[in-house]
Design a protein around this ligand. Structure first.
Ligand SMILES: Nc1nc2c(ncn2[C@@H]2O[C@H](COP(=O)(O)OP(=O)(O)OP(=O)(O)O)[C@@H](O)[C@H]2O)c(=O)[nH]1
Ligand SMILES: [Mg+2]
Length: 683
């Protein structure tokens, strides 16, 4: 595909939404209408270009975020289709991290759903300018205006309609150009616009008013015109909407139906008109090695800065996806970066590729603004900032979530242990939300992930890609510990004196207090400033040793050897005894004091609590509610829509294991649910 001459003609955008809203179906249209692909592949036929993994085609869902490119009106759109299922939320997180804007897709019948709120939060964290596409307007019960109201009320942002879908006429009204648009041809590929008839124009008066007011809010010149009852010029409206969108003050909205090929091309125009080019974005924040913050302005001048945001095995080999923020990159270039463990690493890029879903094409240069695939890197991993040697800095790392569900695994007969370990290492490198742990008591190996679907898909892939059969045990839910009350402890570390008189005898004393914090309070360590004897001070190595000892003691609590959280540890007194109070001695005293305090503070187990949403046909509502109650769920409320009822609840994860099967039988396969980790809490 031809590269546009200028970065101003590039749009890097993500498509995100609740499960099944139609992201992949929409992306397939984008590829077709832009000429990037010659036919439309449908998700329900297992033929979508973007859902290229075998597991995606079998399950009919998106699992990995796939990148593709499409040309539109002299611009290059780089589009990332993300998965909607919460178990794969890391894919949305890291896509949003490296993109410049996004399209959020809504189901026109369901409006704002739980995952819509989650992706909205993710998008807001990165302040991504956003367009909405209200999809599935062909379905009975779809309602464009109601969806916009839900956006305003639940996402607290200003939705501004640009096109309005007319359900019965398979057309959309463009409120900026005052046109009525039809999509003709077998797959809606020909756009035919005519002036909007007066009666229709009146029908959309309310939405047109909101558009003018939103534009007037951004541009004072327009405000005078609108107040005087004049009709603003399309170009002036576009300029105001662009400004408002880039500033995050409003979100242009489009309506249509991806499946019925309705309303997609105007959305593409909107991407070009309203979403930012890489250099329209605020500079990325980074820090130098000494912690001094710096701003990285997107551009080709200056030493290389790129963010590795994903590791993917391609034909069994390790590849790294990266976005270039500054400078340029060529095959053979040397890179330097700081790993998550804080070590400086050097390595070379062997090859560079342009990526289109499941295909890659070799290229000989990548520059600021681009998203590329790198081969030959053995160490660079998700979240690392790749720099030109001698110019080290780090962009903010990508947030991952702790896996809450585990599955005991062992190789089936005939599969060898060593190969299993090798494969597990590979899949873990790709997926930062996956972890392999060994239970020190039983020697059992545990594969931990985000949920049942996540683990199931990982096991299917291991079997398909590596031909490994794995036996699994019952799923095990992750646990944490906390404390219920305040406790204090005072510990002296004084091992038997050193027999070598030239060596000092180790000795140190630490007194501390621990207090429960509110849920989600994390683990905090506070330093009191009392050091005995009077006038003595702790050096950096001594403080670091105490800190490390406290953290490692909190990593395995007294009840279940699970991490302790929602606690505050306050060091009240540290006593040093000359040379004998080495960092090791102080660490040992701190850890002894903390263990004693934890025992006294009524330690308690905490379990994962999930936010639950179930969508069920009205006829099964009673049965579904009864079943949820038997699983000790706390029901918050129900929202009826035209064809179904959404139930909002929270519940512990454990009783929800296997819920997919139960819901299927309660609703004859028509129910849907989403489970999202909320917090660890006491039962
Ligand atoms: N009636 C109707 N169905 C649609 C429309 N768009 C998508 N669908 C159907 O909705 C289902 C889900 O579509 P996908 O495109 O896979 O949805 P998705 O958002 O990519 O789903 P995940 O990636 O799994 O989160 C498929 O069966 C589509 O055919 C639409 O405009 N109208
Ligand atoms: Mg999809």
């Amino acid at each position: 595909m031809k590269k546009p001459a200028r970065l101003s003609h590039v749009r890097n955008i993500g498509v995100a939404a609740h499960v099944d809203a139609g992201k992949t179906t929409l992306t397939e249209r984008i590829l077709f209408y832009t000429g990037a692909s010659y036919k439309i592949g449908e998700v329900h036929d297992g033929a979508a270009h973007m859902d290229y993994l075998a597991e995606e085609q079998q399950h009919g869902i998106t699992i990995t975020a796939a990148v593709t490119k499409a040309p539109w009106r002299g611009h290059l759109l780089q589009v990332v289709d993300t998965p909607g299922h919460v178990d794969f939320t890391i894919e949305v997180e890291r896509a949003m991290r490296v993109l410049d804007g996004c399209i959020l897709v809504l189901d026109g019948v369901r409006g704002v759903e739980p995952q819509t709120e989650t992706v909205w939060r993710q998008r807001s964290r990165f302040q991504l300018p956003t367009l909405f596409f209200v999809n599935k307007m062909d379905r009975p019960g779809a309602d464009f205006r109601r969806s916009l109201t839900a956006v305003r009320e639940r996402l607290k942002t200003e939705p501004v309609a640009v096109t309005v879908p007319l359900q019965d006429r398979a057309r959309v009204v463009n409120l900026i150009d005052r046109t009525l648009i039809a999509f003709v041809g077998e797959q809606g590929e020909t756009v035919v616009a005519e002036p909007c008839p007066e009666t229709l124009w009146d029908e959309v008066a309310d939405l047109r008013e909101s558009l003018y007011l939103a534009a007037a809010d951004v541009d004072e010149g327009l405000a005078d015109q609108v107040l005087a009852g004049e009709q603003p010029q399309p170009e002036a409206l576009r300029a105001a909407l662009r400004q408002g969108t880039l500033a995050g003050r409003l979100c242009p909205c489009y309506g249509g139906s991806a499946l019925r090929n309705l309303g997609v091309q105007p959305l593409l125009d909107g991407v070009v008109e309203f979403l930012p080019a890489p250099r329209d974005r605020p500079p990325a924040l980074a820090s130098l090695q000494d912690g001094v913050p710096v701003e990285i302005q997107m551009g080709i001048d200056g030493p290389l800065v790129a963010l590795a945001f994903k590791v993917q095995l391609w034909d069994g080999r390790r590849h790294v996806f990266a976005r270039v923020y500054r400078g340029a990159l060529r095959p053979g270039d040397a890179l330097e970066f700081v790993t998550s463990a804080g070590l400086v690493q050097h390595e070379h890029v062997a090859r560079l590729f342009d990526v289109d879903a499941g295909r890659k094409t070799k290229i000989d240069r990548a520059e600021a603004g681009e998203i590329v695939l790198l081969a030959g890197l053995r160490y660079a991993s998700t979240g690392d900032t790749l720099c030109a040697p001698g110019h080290l800095l780090t962009l903010e790392r990508i947030e991952t979530r702790a896996p809450v569900l585990g599955l005991a695994i062992e190789p089936s007969a005939g599969t060898d242990e060593e190969k299993l370990l090798e494969v597990l290492d590979k899949v873990q490198q790709e997926d930062p939300t996956l972890r392999v742990e060994e239970d020190s008591d039983t020697g059992q190996r545990l594969l931990r992930g985000m949920g049942e679907l996540h683990l199931q898909i990982v096991l299917e892939r291991i079997q398909r890609e590596f031909g490994l059969q794995i036996r699994t045990g019952r799923p095990a839910v992750a646990v944490r510990e906390t404390i219920r009350r305040v406790a204090v402890a005072d510990a002296l570390f004084a091992p038997p004196p050193n027999p070598d008189p030239r060596q000092p005898s180790l000795m140190a004393r630490v007194a501390l207090e621990i207090r429960p914090l509110r849920r989600g309070g994390g683990e905090r360590i506070e330093w009191g400033n009392r050091v005995i004897p009077e006038g003595a001070e702790l050096g950096a190595p001594q403080r670091q040793a105490i800190d490390a000892a406290l953290r490692s003691t909190l990593a395995a609590g007294p009840l279940l050897a699970a991490p302790v959280q929602d606690v505050l540890v306050r060091l009240t007194e540290v006593e040093v005894f000359g040379q004998g109070s080495t960092p090791e001695a102080l660490g040992a005293a701190a850890s002894k004091a903390l263990r004693q305090a934890l025992e006294l503070a009524e330690p308690a187990a905490m379990h994962p609590v999930m936010r639950v949403e179930v969508v069920t046909p009205e006829s099964s509502l009673g049965a579904v509610l009864g079943d949820l109650q038997s699983r000790r769920a706390l029901i918050y409320g129900t929202d009826p829509s035209s064809d179904a009822v959404a139930i909002r609840a929270e519940a512990a994860l454990e009783p929800l294991l296997g819920y997919a099967t139960a819901l299927r039988s309660l609703t004859q396969g028509r129910g849907q649910f989403s489970l999202e980790f909320d917090r660890f809490d006491l039962s």
